[in-house]
Ligand binder design. Structure first.
Ligand code: ADP
Ligand code: ADP
Length: 226
């Protein structure tokens, strides 16, 4: 059962101008439901570009992308936003947490887009998610006062807020020490096993990549198999 399928996806930046550069070439890729996949490759190989396309934040220049069985090239911006909202949770370095708000408030943030949910119900669910990621005693602390590892736990709880089938994580352990790296990876693995949430994680950490179910390696915009 494929949750995500890419067929011959290409991406060029500045298409149609003299500066046009192709950065992804004929990407064929399947991520099955319940899988924990790693996306690896040297800097500049196209990982962020590919993750943005898979996250429905950017469109392929050509080729097809199926998300939860839906072909996405014909979808307008509103439909893409809607699909992104319920299919994908993001743990991106660029999706900053709101440091002046509490952990609970940060986790509630995606829920606010669901019209008409009572505040108490959202707060209760956010607190339960924070307990799941080991932050039961930190729910009312400001995120700005928490450690890097704790902030990554908040980001994971927030990504889980709408219970998406897929979580995209861009170097989720990039700024963490070895001990926190292991803890955060194990936490994601546990969510993956318990809830069958599918993960696609960009990482430079080969030790972690080897502990994933499936490794996708990009070199110069192409998938290499070894
Ligand atoms: P990383 O290697 O961690 O992906 P980069 O420094 O390559 O980070 O890229 C950071 C941001 O800058 C990304 O959002 C990327 O899309 C953008 N970027 C990278 N290279 C270029 C470029 N040549 N022109 C415009 N934007 C770029
Ligand atoms: P990675 O995440 O593996 O470091 P990226 O996807 O960030 O790779 O970048 C792949 C290539 O695309 C790089 O050569 C980068 O400079 C280029 N690139 C990334 N974003 C842009 C952009 N917005 N405009 C032009 N070139 C870009």
């Amino acid at each position: 059962e494929s949750l995500l399928l890419l067929n011959q996806v290409c991406k060029s930046y500045a298409a149609g101008t003299p500066a046009e550069t192709q950065v992804l070439f004929d990407i064929d890729l399947t991520v099955t439901q319940g899988e924990f996949a790693a996306l690896i490759g040297p800097s500049g190989s196209g990982k962020s570009t590919l993750l943005n396309i898979i996250g429905l934040l950017d469109r392929p220049s050509s080729g097809r992308l199926f998300m939860t069985g839906k072909e996405t090239s014909q979808l307008d911006e509103d439909s893409l936003t809607q699909l992104r909202g319920h299919a994908i949770g993001f743990v991106f370095q660029s999706h900053y947490l709101l440091t002046a708000f509490t952990a609970t408030e940060n986790v509630m943030m995606p829920m606010l887009m669901q019209a008409g949910r009572p505040d108490d119900a959202m707060r209760e669910q956010a607190q339960s998610l924070l307990a799941q990621v080991g932050l039961k005693n930190w729910q009312d602390h400001l995120v700005g006062n928490m450690s890097g590892g704790q902030q990554q736990r908040v980001a994971i709880a927030r990504a889980l807020a709408l219970n998406p089938p897929l979580i995209l994580a861009d170097e989720p352990t990039g700024n963490l020490d070895t001990k926190s790296t292991d803890a955060i990876f194990e936490l994601m693995r546990e969510v993956n096993r318990r809830q069958k949430t599918t993960f696609l994680m960009v990482t430079h950490n080969m030790v972690l990549a080897r502990r994933c179910d499936h490794t996708i390696e990009l070199v110069d915009g192409r998938i290499v198999t070894r």
